[in-house]
Design a protein. Sequence first.
Length: 370
Amino acid sequence: MATPRTTRVQSVDILRGLAIAGMIVVNNPGDALHVYPQLRHAAWNGCTVADFVFPLFLFLVGVCVALAVDREAVAAGQAPGFWPKVLRRTAILFLLGLLENAYLRLSLETLRIPGVLQRIALVYLAVVWLHVRLGRRGITALLAVILVGYWLVLALVPVPGLGHPSLGMDANLQGWLDQLVLGRHIWRFKTTWDPEGLLSTLPAIGLGLLGLLAGLWLRTGARGTSRVLAWGLALLLLGLGWSVWFPINKSLCTSSFVLVTGAAGIMLLAGSHWLFDGGRQTPLGKPLLLLGQNPLALYVAASFLASTLRHIKLSDAVGGTSNLQAFLFRWLFSGWGDRPAASLAWGVLILLPLLLGAWALHARRIVLRA
């Protein structure tokens, strides 16, 4: 079968922990009206710290595929049961994403089909398949084709019903395709497109391929850290330059967005490898390491916890209603004068019991996988 690494790579676990911690804190503000600007997703074009969190997860999907999958063994037919395991993992991730979307708000007529876990599932499947069939040069060439091709499609293909190409929030090719294929089964927040929509899955796969290339560097000895940092900086500058013509945009997952966030992933991986691999420990590294060992379980638990707190309704003193989250937030943080700080503190508070759960799993050497 494909040969997984028997020893976990500490730098990768720590980065996964950083990604899951960031995702939980960003997704769980105590007061959505008072959030630090960098913890909000950009309304359309542009990029905030919050916009780097999910791309880091996709980047790390590629890194983990490079570390875990022996492409030569799989290609030679020496990995019995490999593809059924890949397909099973893909299906579990996708179904967990649907369950997350349906939890406490099930409506088959409007159930959102895309989502975070669904995108991770599709990126994982594509990256594994491409890793087995293409070498480094092939992956690099395909990555360039995906990013340039996506740019040309959005820049040159007219949006049906509009009559010309558009990268606008109100009308774009991704939104048209999402509505055509998925209809009402998309994310709805005064939008016509889904941030994990169909067309943008292609550049999202590009993020996974960037992670795959970085993971191959890590697997083959991780020599030349400074050179990898330089490559990351070069991709960052390329992405920023490209954004003049193809704006950085998370919702469309534009090619410039892929390069900028992928470059951040490369530099974070190189820096994390230098800091943490080889048995080195820091006070910050330990909690992130614990979170990164069971990220899927923690993400699902956080999502269900937050949905439950928002779903439970309470009556207030003046006859109105609020949910349990709003009640607890007011009770705990009503005395805080800094509202954005209070909102952030709630997200950290949600993270703390999950960190305790991660510690308990680690103490029992339990790693939950899809």
